[in-house]
Structure formats: structure tokens, C-alpha cells
Design a protein around this ligand. Structure first.
Ligand SMILES: [Zn+2]
Ligand SMILES: [Zn+2]
Length: 330
């Protein structure tokens, strides 16, 4: 497929202009090794972060959805996978996956393709960090089991509550019992190092908590700090400002645009802060550092999937819309 993503980078401006009509959000939009790099001028940074998916948990097309956007994606054989990030240590080749989505196989393959690392069958990545127990974020663990990869003591960083959920419920407890994953518990506010030189601080955020709590992740590389906060019910108090403190590039919850996706519902009652609200709060930051706030976790009904002019409008205001395959050194 032709490369459909034109990258814009001037000075510290980063962004990725999309030709949506051509399906730029879909998996396979251009050779994965090509451009779409949001590296800082000078290109320093020991770690490379790769965006492996940008959709909400169910992806696009979405099971049962008969809207034109989903039907068109089916006709054209396009798919947008759920939000996930890969991180590779460029010095050692060690890799870390943030979120195990149901599309983990394609996403890990993409990480290897972009970051250039051959995989060992029982260690497709060297570590895993999971933010919460909603299907788009952990259900891909099922591929670590004996029916598929039978991974070998894959280090898996999760909160205490998430660990208890995995230990106490099938089929996940079998992964623990057979040593296919090795749970390592983390706590909000306490940094950990999943690989030497990479420091991650989990931050507990408000989000529907049926089975586990939910964390956002502040990821500090050798040069810059990246935030991943894909699922938040609302920006309570100064939560947004606290999350962004000291962060260079932020991947934020972009599930819904302005509520038109869920007609008849009061905007204030919908979990996930609408993009329009987040943009209002961060207008100054986006003006000063264009492209440094990047949305992902788009619901399949989000008009940004289907309306190129709306995408351009968001980008004109200095905000970025994450695309699969974009990457940055940090
Ligand atoms: Zn989600
Ligand atoms: Zn969620």
C-alpha cells in the first residue's frame, strides 16, 4: 500500500497529517519502516516508542456495528487495532509492550518490523505492562497460554488489584500457574524500571473498576517523558495538570469527540472526557507545543475516524491524532 501519512515536523513542532479518505488510520497504511517519526531535532533518545493501535477496546470495524464507517472498513479490508504502545531499547533491542490487546499478534509483529528485532517464539517481547482489566487492554494475554505462544515467564507489571484478578480467575490463573507470565506488582506513585534506564510511574486514575483499578503511565526515557492515559472517566480536579507535569509528549484519552457519538446522553454523564473538553483545557499548551498532546483510544463512532475536515481542524489547533506506526525517540 502507498504511504498515506504525511509527517509534519518543524522545530519542536510534531504532528502527522492524515489523508483519511485513503484510510490512513488502518493497519497497513504504508511500509511500517517508513517515516512517521516524531523524533526531536537532533534525534537523541535511547528508547523508541511505537504506537501500535489507536482505537477503543473493540477496534474498528466493531463487532455488530452496521454504521457506514464500519461497513466501509470491512469492504476495504481495513482494521484499526485498540490502543497499545511498544517500547524498544535501541542499545540492547530489549522490548516492552504496554497493553495486551486482542490483536496482540499483529501489534507485536508491527513492533518488530518497525524497531527491527527478531523475536524468540517464547519471548515475543521482554516485558508487558497492563493498565486495567478491560478487554482491549489485557485480553490478548490469552495468546500467552499453551494453545498459542506458551510464553516463558514473561514479566508482567500490574497493580496489586489487577494481579489478584489474574491470579484468582480462569483462564488467566493458568498463565500464572504454568509460569507463562510472571506477575510483578506496582503501586500508584511508585516508579519502577521494567528495563535498565526506563522509568515508569503508574498513576491511579478514575475509570470503571469492575475487576481492577486503572493506571496511567508516565514513561521516562533518557531524554524525554511520555504519558499514556488512554482510559479516564473524567479529569477530576487538577488530575490532568498533574499527569502532564514534566511530560513532553502525551497520549490522551480520545474516546469520544464531543458526545455526538452517543445521541441523547448528557455530555457530562458520559465516561471519558470528550476531546473538545480536553482541547479547551489544553489550548495554550497545544499552541505553544504543537503536536505534543496526541489523542488515541478513538471509539469506532468517533467522527474523527470518518471526517477529514474535523481532523484537520483539530490539528490546526495544535493537537495531534495518533496513528498506528508513528514512533518517537525519547
Ligand atoms: Zn479502553
Ligand atoms: Zn477501560
Amino acid at each position: 500500500m502507498a504511504d498515506r501519512c504525511r509527517q509534519v515536523r518543524t522545530g519542536h513542532r510534531i504532528g502527522c497529517a492524515l489523508v483519511l479518505a485513503a484510510g490512513a488510520l488502518a493497519v497497513g497504511c504504508g511500509p511500517a519502516s517508513q517515516a512517521r517519526r516524531l523524533d526531536p531535532p537532533g534525534g537523541q533518545g535511547r528508547f523508541r516508542l511505537v504506537v501500535l493501535g489507536v482505537a477503543q477496546d473493540g477496534g474498528l470495524p466493531h463487532l455488530g456495528c452496521t454504521r457506514e464507517g464500519c461497513e466501509r472498513a470491512r469492504r476495504e479490508g481495513r482494521r484499526v487495532d485498540p490502543a497499545s504502545l511498544g517500547i524498544v531499547d535501541t542499545a540492547t533491542g530489549t522490548s516492552l509492550l504496554i497493553e495486551a490487546t486482542p490483536f496482540i499478534e499483529a501489534q507485536v509483529a508491527r513492533l518488530h518490523e518497525i524497531a527491527g528485532r527478531a523475536s524468540h517464539p517464547r519471548r515475543p517481547v521482554d516485558g508487558l505492562v497492563l493498565t486495567h482489566a478491560h478487554i482491549g487492554h489485557y485480553a490478548g494475554l490469552i495468546h500467552c497460554g499453551r494453545e498459542v505462544a506458551a510464553t516463558d515467564h514473561l514479566p508482567t507489571w500490574v497493580t496489586e488489584r489487577m494481579a489478584a484478578f489474574l491470579r484468582d480467575n480462569g483462564p488467566w490463573n493458568q498463565l500464572v500457574a504454568l509460569g507463562q507470565i510472571e506477575l510483578r506488582t506496582i503501586r500508584g506513585g511508585e516508579p519502577f524500571e521494567p528495563m535498565p534506564g526506563l522509568r515508569i510511574t503508574p498513576i491511579v486514575v478514575p475509570h470503571r473498576q469492575e475487576y481492577s483499578d486503572t493506571i496511567a503511565l508516565r514513561v521516562e526515557g533518557s531524554e524525554r517523558t511520555v504519558l499514556f492515559a488512554s482510559d479516564v472517566d473524567r479529569w477530576e480536579g487538577d488530575l490532568l495538570e498533574r499527569l502532564l507535569d514534566g511530560v513532553d509528549v502525551a497520549y490522551l484519552d480520545g474516546t469520544f469527540y464531543d458526545g455526538r457519538e452517543v445521541p441523547g446522553r448528557d455530555l457530562s454523564e458520559i465516561p471519558h472526557p470528550p476531546i473538545v473538553t480536553t482541547m479547551q483545557r489544553l489550548a495554550g499548551r497545544a499552541r505553544d507545543r504543537p503536536g505534543s498532546i496526541r489523542f488515541l483510544h478513538f471509539n469506532h463512532t468517533n467522527p474523527l475516524f470518518h471526517e477529514p475536515e474535523l481532523r484537520r481542524e483539530v490539528e490546526r489547533r495544535g493537537f495531534g491524532l495518533a496513528v498506528p506506526g508513528e514512533s518517537l525517540l525519547f
